[in-house]
Every structure is written in C-alpha cells, then in structure tokens.
Design a protein around this ligand. Structure first.
Ligand code: BMA
Length: 333
C-alpha cells in the first residue's frame, strides 16, 4: 500500500546543529508553499537508555524530502512551562514539564496549530498552541491528565474544532468495551467537550495493547483518512533496542476512514497494518519495531499521500502511496 522512500531515514540526529540523540515522531504541514516539520529530540548519550531532556526541533523543506534544521530547538521543557504560565498564571513551577513530545501540526482556517504531549508533575497532558513563524508559540489549552496523542482535524466541522485524543486510563483497562480513541469538540480551541468514543483495540485485529491517533486526518471524497498507531505486546518476544527495561511492543501504522460530517462514526477500516516495522531503521534503535506516524500530507493534484513517521524512536522516515488505494483498503466496519 505504501512505498518507503529510498533515502530513509529522511532526518536523524546527524542533521541537527544542536545536541540531539534520537530525532523522531514529527508533525509535518505544508504552509505558504513550503514543508514545515516539528520533531521530537531526546538528547543525551547515544546508546544510553536515559536521556538528559527533550525538546522540539524545527525543519523546513521545499520538497518534503530534503530538510534543513533550524539552528536551535523551538520549544523545550522550560519554554513550554513559560508558555503555560502565560496561559494559566498560577501554579506551574520549575520542573513542571518533564518531557514534551510527539508534535502534530494542523492548519485550520489558515492558523497553524500545534498539539503535543507533556509529561507533567500531575500526569500526561495534551497541549495546544498556535504559531505564525514556528519559532514562537502562543499556548491555547492544557488538558487535564491523563490524555495525549491529540490531533486536530484540518477544518471546523459543524462550526466546531474537532480533535481525536487518547485518554490513558481507558487503554489501560482490559475491557474490550473500552475505546482508547476518543473525540472532542471546541468552539474556541480552549474549552473542549462533547467527548465521544471512536475506535477500540478490539476493532484492530493486529493490536492487543493500545491504539491511538497518529497524524491529523486529511479530507477525501470517501471520508477523513485517519492514520492510527496500534500496539501488539508479546512478552515472550524481546525486541531490539537500547530500552533498559526490555522492549516487547511492536508499533504498527493503521488506517481508518471517518465520516465527513460526524467523524465519531468509523466508515472504513484497514484490517491489516498500513505499515509493519521491517526495514533496518525501523527494527534497530532506542526502541526497535516502532512505527509512529505524526504527519500526513495529501497532494490533491496527484493523489499522492505521504506518511511521515518515527522509526524505532530514533529517526524520521517517509512512505507514500496513492489516496485511491488507501481509500479502497478501508472496508466498512
Ligand atoms: C508512546 C510514545 C511515543 C513513542 C512510543 C514507542 O507511548 O511515547 O512517543 O514513539 O511510545 O516508544
């Protein structure tokens, strides 16, 4: 369904002009005629399972293939905390944000919006921020813990902003009725409500542990084309990786189609993975056998769909296919 780019990985720590160790899970958008990428950088010692910190780096490109990394990270634990203090002046002291990661970019009504996960003193939260230049950010919302993997739809639906998200306690429940992927709506990007469950682990034949939103959905004639990540855990199979505790989870990319008017309705689903880890750069790294997409670009003129994904929590890779094949692969639930 998808073809891996022959130049993969398209970006890694060696491309960064600042301390970088694992560079992965990147949000990508096309803005004002160029490609913009925000990526996660865990920095520390190569091969060491403990990192010194995380930040988000910025890269730009004319063709979405060859990237230039901005000289400095654009957000780190401290600048993200400062941004949140500006939004909610009260309580966030030094060390409030321990890690920030998995950025996703969506342009809605011409506004570039960033969602990312923040491990905080209170638990994992989803943050939404707005930017004009991708170097400075205005923070708009912080979710209550525990929630992450937020992705925004690129249009308002029924006049409202819509996001997919993955509250953590839900996926931790062994109940097949528990749906990890949820949706919520907002009129102003600050107040979020009308939450609804969307998709469960039991819907995904190749997952047994957790699933979550991946890249922001793109509009097609058949519905919102919506990538997900899906996890299969097998404690009898230790996978490659520097992960000190041992690593047993394979992360696949999967694909769903959501109804254009009511995206809580799943109208199509791929029953097999969209991408399975098998290239060297997907198998070897900090956590081997991980494919984690955070960016998808649809070229409406050619029908090409590009999926940007983190490979083995170590580098950024690209695979592409045709929108018609992807739609055809999603069968009704
Ligand atoms: C998830 C997130 C991702 C990561 C994945 C695999 O829980 O932390 O950032 O890519 O695990 O390690």
């Amino acid at each position: 369904m998808l073809t891996r780019h022959p130049g993969n990985p398209i970006l890694s720590h060696t491309d960064c002009p600042f301390p970088a160790t694992t560079v992965f899970n990147a949000g990508v958008a096309r803005v004002a005629g160029r490609y913009v990428m925000l990526f996660r950088n865990d920095h520390g010692r190569w091969g060491d399972a403990c990192f010194d910190g995380t930040n988000l780096g910025l890269a730009t490109s004319a063709d979405g293939l060859r990237w230039t990394v901005h000289p400095r990270p654009v957000l780190d634990e401290e600048s993200a905390r400062a941004g949140l203090r500006h939004l909610y002046p009260a309580r966030f002291g030094p060390g409030f944000i321990r890690r920030l990661y998995d950025p996703r970019i969506t342009v809605v009504d011409g506004r570039a919006l960033l969602c990312f996960a923040a491990d905080t003193a209170h638990g994992i939260c989803g943050v939404i921020a707005e930017t004009e230049d991708f170097e400075t950010y205005r923070f708009l919302s912080l979710s209550a813990p525990d929630n992450r993997n937020m992705v925004l739809f690129p249009e308002r639906i029924g006049g409202e902003y819509v996001r997919l998200e993955r509250p953590l306690p839900v996926y931790m429940r062994a109940d097949p009725e528990a749906f990890p992927i949820w949706m919520s709506r907002s009129r102003d990007l600050g107040y979020w409500g009308r939450q609804q469950p969307v998709l469960g682990v039991d819907d995904i034949p190749y997952a047994n542990s957790k699933i979550g939103p991946a890249a922001p959905p793109v509009r097609t004639r058949a519905g919102w084309l919506t990538p997900i990540h899906a996890v299969l855990k097998d404690e009898t199979r230790r996978l490659h990786g520097w992960e000190a505790r041992g690593w047993f989870k394979t992360y696949y990319a999967g694909l769903a189609l959501l109804d254009l008017e009511d995206p809580s309705r799943v109208v199509g689903l791929m029953r097999t993975p969209l991408l399975t880890p098998k290239a060297d750069y997907e198998i070897e790294g900090f956590r081997g056998s991980v494919i984690f997409p955070c960016g998808m670009i649809h070229d409406a003129d050619t029908g090409e769909v590009r999926l940007y994904y983190g490979a083995a929590d170590t580098a950024i890779a690209l695979a592409s296919g045709h929108v018609d094949d992807l739609i055809a692969a999603c069968r009704p639930l």
